[in-house]
Design a protein around this ligand. Structure first.
Ligand SMILES: Nc1ncnc2c1ncn2[C@@H]1O[C@H](COP(=O)(O)OP(=O)(O)OP(=O)(O)O)[C@@H](O)[C@H]1O
Length: 609
């Protein structure tokens, strides 16, 4: 745990540089001025004869001589003016200090956010397969905010420690014996209350656990809202939500109880200690009233500092789990980086350089040799001794029953995952890490459930090419057979689509994503055909679009409906992770005992029913 705190403090130092030291220096100055301003008022008043502090007063002959040049009235004015000047200066510096703290904190949180977000995006695909997306939301929002708050409290505590050290020093100067006594009392109380700091950490663990469950829960519920509504599951979810909110509420109240509890103990102890001091001073040791005043002064300045340090320790302790979870994510993403080059401290720089990569010039073929692939945690192979070849500028269809390994095969070809053994060769050269991004930037991918952002069609298209002209965009829309329906939309290409915008049909979404993919001018187009039956008109549109591309672009289609691949140059049939047939459409369909003919017959039968 402490190592995480140490890590984030080092990171803070790395992020802010020398400003951090200026900050500490500022704290020292403020602490000094605060000490001088308040502590010196009574002794200064005694110096000009307003009080008689006896042996406890200030003994600075040069200051006395200087002040005594003036009349009694002017002496008072001078002392008070100096006091106002020092306190105002201190208040002004305090403000500068607070502003510097805010800047440091914000700069730090921005760095952490950028690093976490880009490290997540730069992680390889297999990393995402093992993670829940809502965990990322949770870490990037709640946990990072807690880390930022924790660091800010750490800085405050550093300030508090500096103030306290200065005040202890000043108090020692005024009276070493009394200060030592106050310090001993503070240390004893701190020792007695140390279990509260540990309890704060346990409450913090629960805070992380509950907020994670809350995020995961609500994300899942809203993703599955249609199932919830249609199966009338609202009440059970409302019940879950209520239970979750109560747990979160109890957790916050528990921490508050703990924190206010230790503060209460501190305050009550302060009352007891000061009462005991006064009693002992007056009745047992007969201390003069001026010294008594000094005791109260020292105590009233030092004790609240001890209370604040105890409170800060509890807060930091409760935030340690957030430090841990953010650090864990950093380590995981560092270990799962897709490309190992680049500066480890700045994943965003790697992201920028990756973006600038040139697409690969693909001319001949993609060859897969003896590929084995197994998902993490699975004992059985999803792809087993796969050998296949995909010629350039042709149309290849991947077919097979559900779970046969089609998507796994495509993900390996796109370089999203690496085979456990075997190799993928592009134009005769292995697909190595160095060629990976260049290869992927030459691919256009249209998924089964195409994703469009909640923004205008124009913005969605420009995502892949920010400089695309109107003409280029309309050409891509025309090509994907979307131009007609886009023209009919209320605001044409400016119509907002996606989550809260206009809902498009599955087929329209897929055609728009096809247009977006084509704007990149890909050498390879990968289309994961939607499993849900699109209307035959849409199927025809997509089919025509692909026909137009044939001979210019390498097309790989995961085909669920075999009627769409009649014109495919090559068909690869997968079954239980193995390639069991490979050849031209006509050739495979002519083989009466082959799996492909069986699949064809099954679909023809289903269509006829
Ligand atoms: N993320 C994963 N983790 C573990 N196993 C997986 C994962 N994804 C797929 N599998 C397994 O790998 C095998 C092949 O799955 P894959 O998704 O490639 O099949 P598919 O032919 O594309 O199926 P479908 O047509 O239904 O999409 C299946 O047995 C599946 O259970």
């Amino acid at each position: 745990m402490k190592s995480e705190l140490h890590y984030f403090m080092r990171k803070l130092h790395h992020t802010t540089g020398p400003v951090l030291y200026w900050n500490v220096l500022g704290m020292v100055c403020i602490g000094l001025m605060e000490g001088i301003g308040i502590y010196m008022l009574v002794p200064m008043l005694s110096l000009i004869g307003i009080f008689d502090m006896g042996s406890s007063g200030i003994h600075l002959p040069w200051l006395s001589n200087f002040l005594h040049q003036f009349s009694q009235h002017n002496q008072l004015m001078l002392v008070l003016f100096t006091f106002v000047l020092i306190v105002s200066g201190q208040a002004w510096m305090q403000r500068l200090q607070t502003m510097r703290n805010v800047r440091i904190q914000q700069q730090f949180i921005r760095t952490l956010r950028m690093e976490a977000y880009s490290a997540i995006l730069m992680a390889k695909w297999s990393f995402f397969l093992q993670k829940r997306k809502s965990d990322f939301n949770h870490i990037l929002t709640t946990e990072l905010a807690r880390v930022s708050q924790g660091t800010s409290i750490l800085l405050q505590m550093a300030a508090s420690l500096v103030f306290t050290a200065i005040q202890i020093g000043l108090a020692f100067w005024l009276s070493a014996r009394l200060t030592a006594l106050v310090l001993v009392c503070g240390l004893v109380l701190f020792f007695l209350l140390r279990t509260f700091v540990k309890r704060a950490k346990r409450i913090g663990d629960q805070t992380t656990e509950f907020s994670q469950a809350y995020y995961n829960g609500i994300t899942e519920h809203f993703n599955g809202i249609k199932d919830i509504k249609s199966n009338m599951l609202e009440h059970s979810h409302i019940h879950w939500f209520d239970r979750m909110c109560r747990q979160i509420e109890r957790n916050v109240v528990q921490f508050s109880q703990l924190n206010t509890g230790t503060q209460l103990i501190h305050r009550v102890s302060a009352a007891f200690i000061i009462a005991a001091f006064i009693y002992l001073s007056l009745r047992v040791m007969s201390v003069p009233p001026a010294s008594l005043l000094l005791i109260i002064l020292i105590f009233s300045r030092l004790w609240p500092r001890f209370t604040a340090i105890q409170s800060n320790l509890e807060y930091i302790s409760s935030m340690l789990p957030a430090f841990r979870i953010v650090r864990e994510l950093q380590v995981q993403t560092e270990n799962s980086r897709e490309i190992s080059e680049g500066n480890a401290e700045e994943p965003q720089s790697a992201a920028t350089s990756a973006y600038a990569v040139e697409p690969m010039d693909f001319k001949e073929s993609i060859r897969c040799q003896d590929i084995y692939y197994r998902y993490e945690g699975n004992d059985s192979y999803s792809l087993f001794n796969v050998c296949a070849s995909i010629p350039a500028k042709s149309m290849t269809a991947i077919v097979g029953k559900s779970g046969a390994g089609k998507s796994t095969f495509i993900d390996l070809i796109m370089g999203l995952m690496r085979p456990e053994s075997g190799s993928i060769q592009i134009d005769g050269k292995p697909l190595t890490e160095e060629r990976l991004l260049s290869w992927r930037s030459s691919i256009g991918y249209v998924s089964q459930d195409p994703f469009l952002f909640h923004t205008s069609i124009r913005e969605n298209l420009r995502l892949v090419d920010p400089d695309a002209s109107e003409e280029q965009m309309w050409r891509a829309l025309q090509f994907s057979a979307s131009a007609l329906f886009v023209r009919r939309l209320p605001q044409g290409m400016d119509t907002i689509i996606g989550d809260r915008g206009l809902r498009l049909s599955g087929g329209e979404r897929q055609r728009l994503v096809l247009a977006r993919a084509m704007l990149r001018n890909p050498s390879v187009l990968v289309l994961d055909e939607a499993t849900s039956a699109l209307d035959s008109e849409n199927e025809q549109y997509i089919h025509e679009a692909l026909e137009r591309l044939k001979g210019h672009v390498t097309i790989i289609v995961i085909a669920h409906r075999l009627s769409t691949i009649r014109t495919a140059d090559r068909v690869i049939v997968l079954e239980e992770g193995r390639v069991i047939q490979e050849g031209g459409y006509q050739q495979l369909s002519a083989d009466p005992v082959g799996t492909f003919s069986r699949l064809l017959n099954m679909q023809a039968g289903a269509a006829g029913q």
